[in-house]
Design a protein around this ligand. Structure first.
Ligand SMILES: [Fe+2]
Length: 382
């Protein structure tokens, strides 16, 4: 086996773990925290709860509310200015992938200077970042665990993947109680994003035994618990989805992703689609495209989905993919590209597929994917 490394943050997991955030900040030397969140979290009352906890510990804060879905380069740069002007120290984000990625982008610019687009790609951040505590409010993005940060370059309408070990936060807080205030659609989209992380990390060209076991466990937990979580919002099912998301994130942060995420970033960046919307549409088509390049691994994924073998590895893989398609269709979310992209924009696909080829996630896809391959996949799922 080749030499491998596995980086994850300190993870504080469990019902009520949000209450530990003050102690976490103090341990990192916080005197004036830089808080990042969004209006949805504010409205649900979680931001106020966080502020109350900080107040109890005697910690000051400055709040940056400039977060939108698909966070923009200028939002990150404005945030860094505010961080420096206020002499803040520890960064705390509470929210989904957008809030946490905004916080990570702010951390990069505040400590390394320049523009966020200077850091696009892998390992381009040289100086250490401010300490970060990330509190996820979804079971999907994995930004609280991962060394990834996705920011939109507005001028190019491209989502940039910024990947570097220093983006792994110091502490991740995962409190499943927060998921109870989320909509059904958000729970579905987040879980299917996590499923895509697990599948792509498992079949990545740089997966390792440490990431592969996390991937398979995540797939198993999502398949067995998502329907009940959506139907009942029972805390037991939501907690299982949180465990799955953490496992999938540990896998993809260390094994990276593949062609499905490369295409998801390209389409999401141009059409300003929420990240989770794209995976029920693309994932199974990309799995079929990759199948012959990682047959036994897709067989293992099929076995987890079906809970049994169905003949050869390839037969099991194909039956697993077919069942996954039925699984996605059983939820009330779009499963065709034409449901989220206007027919008049179809002629944009060729240039978006050319962008996807250069996304850092495409580097570790088990089968080399050209823009023509991406275009065929878009046709197939249109
Ligand atoms: Fe994702």
């Amino acid at each position: 086996m080749d030499i491998t490394k596995f980086a994850i943050p300190e993870i504080i997991f469990g019902r009520g773990s949000l209450n530990h955030v003050g102690q976490c900040a103090l341990r990192l030397g916080a005197k004036k925290v830089f808080l990042v969140s969004d209006s949805g979290i504010e409205e649900a009352g979680w931001l106020q709860k966080l502020m109350d906890i900080l107040k109890k510990e005697g910690i000051e804060w400055v709040y940056y509310p400039g977060v939108s879905p698909n966070p923009r380069d200028y939002q990150v740069e404005q945030g860094a200015e505010l961080y420096l002007k206020n002499h803040a120290d520890v960064i705390i984000a509470i929210g989904g992938g957008s809030s946490m990625d905004t916080a990570k982008g702010i951390a990069i610019i505040a400590s390394n200077g320049g523009r966020i687009k200077d850091y696009e790609g892998a390992n381009r951040v040289s100086r250490p970042l401010p300490p970060m505590v990330l509190i996820t409010t979804t079971a999907g993005s994995g930004s609280d665990i991962s060394q990834f940060c996705i920011i939109t370059d507005v001028a190019r309408a491209v989502k940039m993947s910024i990947i570097t070990r220093t983006l792994v936060p110091n502490i991740s807080i995962v409190d499943p109680l927060i998921l109870r205030t989320k909509t059904e659609t958000l729970i579905i989209h987040s879980a299917i994003d996590a499923l895509a992380h697990a599948v792509e990390a498992y079949t990545s060209t740089i997966s390792s035994p440490f990431t592969e076991m996390q991937s398979l466990k995540a797939i198993d937990l999502i398949i067995r618990n998502l329907p009940r979580a959506v139907e009942t919002k029972s805390i037991d099912s939501l907690e299982k989805l949180s465990i799955a998301s953490v496992a999938a994130s540990m896998a993809f942060s260390n094994a990276s992703l593949g062609a499905e995420h490369a295409l998801a970033h390209s389409l999401g960046g141009y059409f300003d689609l929420r990240h989770g919307v794209v995976h029920p549409i693309l994932l199974t088509a990309v799995m079929r495209f990759n199948l012959d390049s990682a047959e036994s691994k897709f067989g293992n994924i099929g076995r987890v989905i079906l809970d049994r073998d169905k003949g050869s590895a390839k037969e099991t893989a194909l039956a697993g993919i077919a069942q996954l398609e039925e699984f996605f269709a059983s939820f009330n979310v779009p499963i065709k590209l034409s449901q989220v992209v206007d027919a008049k924009d179809k002629d944009r696909m060729e240039s978006l597929c050319k962008t996807a080829v250069h996304d850092a996630c495409n580097l570790t896809n088990p089968r080399p994917a050209s823009w023509q391959n991406f275009l065929n996949i878009c046709e197939e799922v249109w």
